[in-house]
Design a protein. Sequence first.
Length: 254
Amino acid sequence: MQSIHQPLVIGNWKMNPLTAREAKNIISAYKTVAKKYTSVAVVAAVPHIYIAECSKASIRGLVALGVQNMHHEPSGAYTGEISAPMCLEYGVSHVILGHSERRKAGETDIQVSEKVSAAIKNRVTPIVCVGESERDVQAAFYPYVAAQVLSALSKLPKARVKDVVIAYEPVWAIGTGVTPTLDEVREMRLFIYKILAETYGLAAAKSTRVIYGGSVNPGNAKILFTETQMNGFLVGGASLRAADFSQIVAAVAK
Ligand code: PGA
């Protein structure tokens, strides 16, 4: 498991690219950047169909391989799903869970918590996405995010909370080019820390990584990283553009 002191940058490829050949090219670019900035943990969260191709590109140790969803059961009659043991076979070490695009399609807090628990049991690092769809003046988005965090972690033994990565992704910032202010991101980082400390103790709060996602690009990565105490980024759109992704990784490198 990585330490909180090592910045983490995850490329969420979503349902891209269209061909295995392109996937291979993107992975090669990730390898180059990971080799250059060894102080950063780089993860490629690829569509399931490219797992084998990307795994073959011998990225283990250099670029960690991730997926964007998995079922909580190890096997069985679950059409269209894949499980943690299947992923492990191909060296998948990370899984994005509860992404807002999946929640929008019907994924519930309970399902997310079951998946988080299954991932941890299988030693796959869950990247749990939380975030409000809008900011209201009464600040009800704070308890909303707290509830998402606590629900996602609810099936874990306390000692394993630190093995989860929480990705704060305000839904309104995803793919829109709009980002929260630095103060807003910093405040949410502190708020999540406080929730973790109150519920699981100071040690857990101190060692659980929280990363930011939502319209991260080469232009805002450096300041978002240095000014908000976030431990890294979950990158969507820019993760498919080698030059952009490389600059984002460079921005968090020591
Ligand atoms: P974006 O996506 O970087 O394109 O905003 C982030 C995400 O959906 O994880």
